[in-house]
Design a protein around this ligand. Structure first.
Ligand code: FES
Ligand SMILES: [Fe+2]
Length: 343
């Protein structure tokens, strides 16, 4: 007579089953990247996300956000379809209960059994900052991108988006850094086709940080108030997929945007935009509406760009003097060995 293995006491597999989406060894694993709004996670308890092809569940457990692989070790169901109750995550399929930290603490079908240590979700490093949840899939090698206005009470801040682009993340960042498209894509707002010239500007490169300053342009409606004026831009590349600008008017008003892009897959991205301004007169809703409109103008053009992956070979596309910041950005991505979303 053969003895049947007891399905309850049979050891669980030592390693997690292989996912259809295999993790690449991309350098982006060493950077903090945004995956969700912290307020949204707190409100809903948990939500699904995807970063660098890796499906994630972001859950609010015991007063903080945790980020795990979106996979139950039992039968591979998506944990993000489950629920958070009593500070624990319940799998939607057979109700396995996971505690903060990822350890399974209960098999409802066998409540007398203590789940072994191996019955645990794969967890990732997660941080909350600037109202977003940030994840590093590997060992982080750099700090979060700087957003000094976030802690500056003289600035009103409003998160916009995230805007979903069927485009590679570096294409989305490069569009953010591009001033020469304003008269054509954002005519009547951020530029006018009658004034397409871009003045020479200063460029400074320090490691992965790039600063382009002294970019003075006329904008018919720089902030949604409908009042045209000259503004001077300073752009900062803060990392491979984060950047910001300060747009300063002659009277000292500062309109800033901090942006960071989630590379969902090589050709799908979600761009988080935080508008920060140091002058009154605009409601959060009005600012969001303005930014939504600007993003809707960018979307079809960026999604049309070919090749989808940003070419890092500088010979692959033509460049003008006004593209110096884009050239520096491509060089930096090449220098750090970025392969995800680049060609
Ligand atoms: S797949 Fe999660 S409890 Fe069975
Ligand atoms: Fe644009």
């Amino acid at each position: 007579m053969t003895t049947q293995a007891d399905p309850v006491t049979t050891p669980l597999p030592h390693s997690l089953p292989a996912l259809p989406h295999t993790l690449t060894g991309d350098v982006l694993h060493t950077h903090w990247l945004p995956v969700a709004s912290a307020a949204q996670v707190q409100e809903r308890g948990l939500l699904g996300a995807q970063l660098l092809n890796e499906p994630l569940v972001v859950a609010w457990l015991n007063g903080r956000c945790e980020v795990w692989q979106d996979l139950c070790i039992h039968r591979g169901a998506k944990l993000s379809l489950g629920k958070v109750e009593g500070g624990q995550l319940h799998c939607p399929y057979h109700g396995w209960v996971y505690a903060a930290g990822g350890q399974c603490v209960k098999f409802p079908a066998h409540p007398e059994q203590t789940p072994p240590a191996r019955a645990a979700a794969r967890t990732y490093r997660a941080r909350e900052a600037y109202g977003l949840v940030w994840v590093a899939l590997g060992e982080p090698a750099s700090e979060l991108p700087a957003f000094p206005q976030w802690d500056d009470a003289s600035f009103q801040k409003v998160w916009c988006g995230p805007y979903t682009f069927r485009a590679s993340a570096p294409r989305v960042v490069e569009n953010f850094l591009d001033v020469a498209h304003f008269p054509y894509v954002h005519g009547g707002l951020l530029g006018t086709p009658e004034m397409p010239e871009i003045p020479d500007y200063d460029l400074a490169v320090e490691g992965t940080h790039i600063t382009a300053s002294g970019i003075r342009v006329y904008q018919p409606d720089p902030d949604g108030t409908g009042v045209g004026r000259y503004v001077e831009y300073t752009y900062r590349v803060l990392g491979p997929l984060s950047a910001s600008f300060d747009k300063v008017s002659d009277d000292g008003r500062v309109f800033s945007i901090f942006m960071s892009v989630t590379p969902v897959s090589e050709t799908l991205s979600r761009a988080y935009f935080a508008v920060a301004l140091n002058y009154p007169g605009m409601s959060d809703d009005a600012l969001r509406e303005f930014q939504d409109h600007v993003a809707s103008q960018d979307l079809p053009v960026v999604e049309s760009q070919w090749p989808e992956r940003l070419p890092l070979d500088l010979q692959a596309e033509l460049h003008l003097r006004s593209d110096r910041v884009a050239i520096a950005y491509r060089r930096m991505l090449g220098m750090i060995g970025m392969t995800f979303g680049t060609a």
